[in-house]
Ligand binder design. Structure first.
Ligand SMILES: [Zn+2]
Length: 300
């Protein structure tokens, strides 16, 4: 295929936009774009699923634990697994450890509209594509400013609402979207959000995006068993239950990133000459303080 160079690299555009957003919206200035990696997953337009997801990969290992199985009648533990901890995968880009990933579901994200969405109520007389800018800000806002891994949300009743963030969160995001646009950013930075997926394909001859070589898999927390010498003794009444853990990479660098072309119904790897993290991205200097943050959240 000869038209690769002309195709729009969607995740690269989002990365550039995200850098501009955190440089212009003070409430997001704690985010260091160097510690953020944006990649694409496949998601069909119209199908159930998130438009984008913020993945924390900076949480410390858990305390050691194990799975166990009880006898339904006696309530006694009859089987247990080896003891293990769960760990975050390590992702390094240009020597910098990435603290969080944000994935965008293509082509679904490109076809997102404001009408009928939960956030519609926070916008008046704006074009529908602003829903996409809202999602980008939304995912950035999920990054925790306190190093705590997950930004916690309070429901009106004071309970914890990390899975559904309530209207205050959405309202704050809409407010930051307005704040960003009012700061008079270069329209070229968000122009691409105006187009639906089919329009992007027509305009650019195709849509490509950053993915992990392991596509559709991507870095996720994994189980690591304690060494044999640190495994607590198994009581005689308990049987050991082996755990099947998928053998997948736990350490990634920029060489594990590849560009894929996304179409309405499929994806394909783009030849390696189309390198990821193009110079364009690297030329921009991130403003604002460097802080670590992380969050995990699925957003529809
Ligand atoms: Zn969310």
């Amino acid at each position: 295929m000869t038209s690769d160079a002309r195709m729009i690299n969607y995740t690269e555009r989002i990365s550039l936009l995200a850098r501009d957003i955190v440089s212009r919206v003070p409430r997001l200035s704690y985010i260091d774009p160097e510690e953020l990696l944006i990649f694409a997953r496949y998601g069909r337009t119209g199908a159930e699923g998130a438009f984008a997801t913020c993945h924390c990969i900076s949480l410390p290992p858990t305390d050691p634990g194990y799975y166990y199985w009880r006898d339904r009648q006696s309530g006694l533990i009859t089987r247990r697994s080896h003891w293990f901890v769960t760990k975050s995968p390590a992702v390094f880009v240009g020597g910098t450890r990435i603290q969080y990933l944000v994935s965008f579901a293509l082509p679904r994200f490109c076809d997102q509209v404001l009408r009928g969405s939960r956030k519609e109520q926070f916008y008046r007389q704006v074009p529908g594509w602003l829903a996409k800018l809202d999602t980008v800000v939304h995912e950035l806002y999920h990054i925790d400013p306190q190093f705590a891994g997950i930004r916690q949300f309070e429901r009106a009743d004071g309970g914890n609402a990390s899975s559904s963030h309530g209207s205050h969160f959405l309202e704050t995001v809409a407010d930051m979207v307005r704040e960003y646009l009012n700061s008079r950013p270069d329209p070229a930075l968000y122009e691409f959000l105006r187009y639906r997926f089919s329009e992007l394909e027509a305009k650019y001859g195709g849509v490509v995006a950053t993915t992990f070589r392991t596509f559709p898999s991507y870095p996720q927390r994994y189980i690591e068993f304690l060494p044999a010498g640190e495994q607590p003794v198994l009581p005689e009444s308990v049987r050991l239950q082996p755990l099947k853990t998928p053998a997948r990479p736990t350490h990634f660098t920029e060489y594990d990133l590849i560009v894929r072309q996304f179409t309405t119904g499929a994806t394909r790897a783009v030849p390696r000459r189309e390198r990821l993290l193009p110079d364009l991205v690297r030329q921009m200097t991130p403003p604002g303080p460097q802080q670590r943050a992380a969050a995990i959240e699925h957003d529809k």
